[in-house]
Write a new protein. Structure first.
Length: 202
């Protein structure tokens, strides 16, 4: 009988079989990022997204602020009035005063960058304490912009001839109407009348 030679696996009887994909893994490892590289890329992408979100939020805040500044929205309003035979004085937040004559109604509006008074009817004298906000009086179609003054406004919406009278007692105002948008400067001691259609005459 021919003698048989026994071959022994040098890895031992319990060694795991060789990985047939090992050569492919080694070849592909150079073409794909490692786990650490993937984590690094993910962190960088998260940082970019966070920066983009912050930039978008900042831009939206700027647009909103610019819009509010341009629109000048009203954030508080109050109504003041006098009965027949009554006269009253109101002091506003900025120190300006409104002397409301008999049987008069006005609405005081605090806007973001201006203070406005809508004289619905009657007569009022305004003494303005100047600050950074504009002080504007509306009487029908007439707008009076304060430029440093004490002035009087009378609004008679039922009058067919003289709807609004503006008298400057001290300083200067600028008067405009819907039909005359270019403001007319009015100095102390001068007066202007506004008739139907916004026509102005001194």
């Amino acid at each position: 009988m021919p003698q048989m030679k026994r071959r022994t696996d040098p890895r031992g009887p319990h060694a795991a079989p060789a990985d047939p994909l090992a050569p492919f893994k080694d070849a592909l490892s150079g073409h794909f990022p490692s786990k650490d590289e993937l984590l690094k890329q993910a962190r960088a992408e998260n940082d970019r997204r966070r920066r983009r979100a912050l930039a978008t939020a900042f831009a939206a805040t700027c647009v909103l602020t610019a819009t509010l500044w341009t629109v000048d929205p009203v954030w508080q309003s109050s109504r003041v009035a006098t009965r027949i035979g009554e006269r009253s004085t109101w002091t506003l937040r900025d120190g300006s005063t409104i002397d409301l004559n008999t049987n008069s109604v006005a609405v005081v509006e605090n806007h973001l960058r201006s203070q406005r008074v809508v004289l619905e009817h009657g007569e009022a004298r305004f003494t303005v304490s100047h600050g950074w906000r504009k002080f504007i009086v509306k009487a029908g179609d007439t707008t009076v912009l304060d430029i440093g003054t004490v002035f009087n406004v009378r609004h008679r919406p039922e009058d067919p001839v003289r709807i609004v009278d503006v008298v400057v007692l001290d300083g200067e105002v600028a008067v405009s109407t819907t039909s005359t948008p270019d403001a007319l400067p009015l100095l102390a001691g001068r007066a202007i009348e506004v008739g139907p259609g916004g026509a102005m005459a001194e």
